[in-house]
Design a protein around this ligand. Structure first.
Ligand code: UDP
Length: 317
């Protein structure tokens, strides 16, 4: 007998991570239902999937009641503005998609008996007092600062997901995503990587915020998707960090991009945004042990692919 095809709902399907997840699940033989309200996503990221009979798209805002006919084996909630510029521009929507949106999707998962995975983030650790950050750390978040709308929405998202797990017996997964990059990031989303590459390609000065001594650890998107896929298929219900522990200061990162693009751009320093975390590096001991996962793509390799992507995007404009 032929195995029945599994159906997965992916919210934020037209976004950076959501669209890569759609690709991955299509490749694995799933029926993929992508959902997005296109507030920060782009149809360009998924239009190649439209001819595929296993792909379906719903233009919908998950903060409103969500209905999907038929069975759903899995729900992955990846809808949310995800860059500081976005959530400063649409703070209330950011809060709503993490809270009301998650609640609606949990209701759907309960009704359909779906396995449910949420995209949480290293932002729930805030400006961390321990380094590297492991999953047992509770974080240092300013609830009323500019990042609070994102950080607290994600923290609420974890809380309500855990509550549905505990009180309704829902099968849930929580991935804590650290800085991830790759093709389909938006050139103008204000994040360091697209900002620096875009500036280099346009011949502008590279804008480093603060003195550039703050650190981040950048994970290539294929590694991130692999980690998420493995977590979903595992039976572990507590949060798991997925990210690349290869840490770098933002100033060194800017220099790396200048070298990569061969543009010799000047670095200029701008004011550090409020509550910008000083350091960030995932402790991935859990992911290694439980999922047999660790990143495979070096920053050098990943940046090259991403640079080629942005070059094409700029040429098409
Ligand atoms: N950053 C910067 N110049 C830019 C954009 C960002 O120096 O043009 C800094 C930002 O202040 C932060 C780091 O780069 O310290 C990473 O920023 P990003 O927005 O990519 O990610 P997040 O702060 O959410 O980790």
């Amino acid at each position: 007998m032929e195995k029945e095809q599994k159906r997965v709902l992916i919210t934020g399907a037209a976004g950076f991570l959501g669209s890569h997840l759609c690709d991955r699940f299509i490749k694995e033989g799933f029926k993929v239902i992508g959902m997005d309200n296109l507030s920060t996503g782009s149809m360009k990221n998924i239009e190649h999937l439209f001819p595929n009979k296993d792909f379906e798209f719903y233009f919908h805002d998950v903060t409103k009641f969500v209905h999907v006919p038929g069975k759903l084996d899995y729900i992955l909630h990846f809808a949310s503005p995800a860059s500081p510029i976005d959530y400063l521009k649409i703070p209330i929507q950011t809060l709503k998609v993490g809270s009301l949106g998650t609640h609606n999707l949990l209701g759907l998962a309960k009704e359909k008996k779906s396995k449910f995975l949420i995209a949480s983030t290293s932002e729930i650790y805030g400006d961390p007092n321990i380094h590297p950050q492991n999953e047992e750390y509770w974080g240092n978040v300013n609830p009323i600062g500019p990042r609070g709308v994102y950080d607290e929405a994600k923290r609420f998202m974890e809380a309500i997901t855990m509550a549905y797990h505990t009180y309704h017996g829902l099968d849930t997964r929580i991935v804590r995503i650290f800085n991830t990059y790759g093709p389909r990031m938006r050139l103008n989303d204000g994040r360091a990587l697209p900002a620096f590459i875009g500036q280099a390609l346009r011949g502008e000065d590279i804008t480093v915020f603060g003195d550039g001594s703050q650190t981040r650890s950048f994970c290539y998107v294929d590694d991130q998707v692999e980690g998420i896929y493995r977590l979903l298929m595992s039976d572990y219900t507590m949060p798991v960090n997925i990210g690349n522990p290869d840490e770098i200061t933002i100033l060194e990162f800017a220099e790396e991009i200048i070298k990569l693009t061969g543009t010799n751009q000047k670095i200029i320093f701008k004011e550090l945004p409020t509550d910008d975390p000083k350091q960030r590096q995932p402790d991935i001991t859990k992911a290694k042990k439980l999922l047999g996962w660790e990143p495979k793509v070096s920053r050098q390799e990943g940046l090259k692919i991403t640079y080629e992507y942005f070059k094409k995007v700029i040429l098409e404009k």
